[in-house]
Design a protein around this ligand. Structure first.
Ligand code: KIV
Length: 263
């Protein structure tokens, strides 16, 4: 089975088919997610929280992500693999971001994800021009949890909403291949999705994004608490494979996220 490519994702976006993404951190779960037909897997720095047990993502190192990318790649045949650039591995300069991205691409990633708005546009351009596909993550950016004063919904007021819309447009113009939006009003995410010409992936950003992502542990109901934006797909299905199938079906049909999952 051929591994999905950026070209496949773009074709899916052009056809209006929702893109499904889940996080994955190791081979066995990744194999189940892959076999169920998930489009993309994100080796997220959420591994600092759900795997390593920290209360934030800040302690995750580049080597951690590279190692977990290798595990996920070994467990999968089909899913497109995105890897998070962890805190401190890319903010200094485009050159630092390139060096860190090269480590993740060598580990088997097909795209890197970085957090931040317009400030990251030069870095996005630098990476994309050098052959590294980029997913830009805006809205609630967990690596800035202390600057944001906690894990809080972003873009609720007019100024904040305008800033996020501008950020998305600037990042897309700089070459970002995907814009991931976390924890923002559904109406704002809908406007962003309509305003840019690359796919958007939402988490806590409402149903009108080009695709959806959840942390796998939230989707399976094993995180210890259920965030508003997540749904426990294990409840009522009973197996991991059935839960992933239910997630994929719900995202593709537009029934997830529902109004109860939106801000
Ligand atoms: O690290 C992660 O899991 C993420 C998702 C929350 C999108 O960035």
């Amino acid at each position: 089975m051929a591994r999905r490519t950026l070209h496949d994702l773009n074709k899916q976006y052009a056809a209006g088919e929702k893109i499904t993404m889940l996080t994955a951190y190791e081979a066995s779960f990744a194999r189940v997610l892959d076999a169920a037909g998930i489009d993309t897997l994100l080796v997220g720095d959420s591994l600092g929280m759900v795997v390593q047990g920290h209360d934030a993502t800040l302690s995750v190192q580049l080597d951690d992500i590279a190692r977990h990318v290798q595990y996920v790649v070994r467990g999968t045949q089909r899913a497109f693999i995105v890897a998070d650039l962890p805190f401190g591995a890319y903010q200094e300069s485009p050159q630092q971001a390139f060096r860190s991205s090269a480590v993740l691409m060598a580990a088997g990633a097909q795209m890197v994800k970085l957090e931040g708005g317009a400030l990251m546009a030069d870095t996005v351009r630098f990476l994309v021009e050098r052959g590294i596909p980029v997913c830009a993550h805006i809205g609630l950016i967990p690596q800035s949890v202390h600057a944001l004063g906690g894990f809080r919904v972003q873009g609720r007021d007019a100024a904040g909403a305008k800033r996020l819309l501008d950020d998305a447009q600037i990042l897309a113009e700089a070459g970002a291949n995907i814009v991931l939006m976390e924890a923002m009003p559904a109406t704002l995410a809908k406007s962003v999705t309509a305003a840019i010409k690359v796919p958007t992936i939402g988490i806590g950003a409402g149903p009108d994004c080009s695709g959806q992502v959840l942390v796998m542990h939230d989707m399976l109901g094993v995180s210890g608490y259920q965030p508003k934006f997540a749904r426990d797909f294990m409840a009522g299905t009973g197996t991991v494979a059935a839960a992933v199938n239910a997630y994929i079906t719900a995202v593709k049909s537009g029934s997830f996220p529902g109004p109860e999952n939106c801000y």
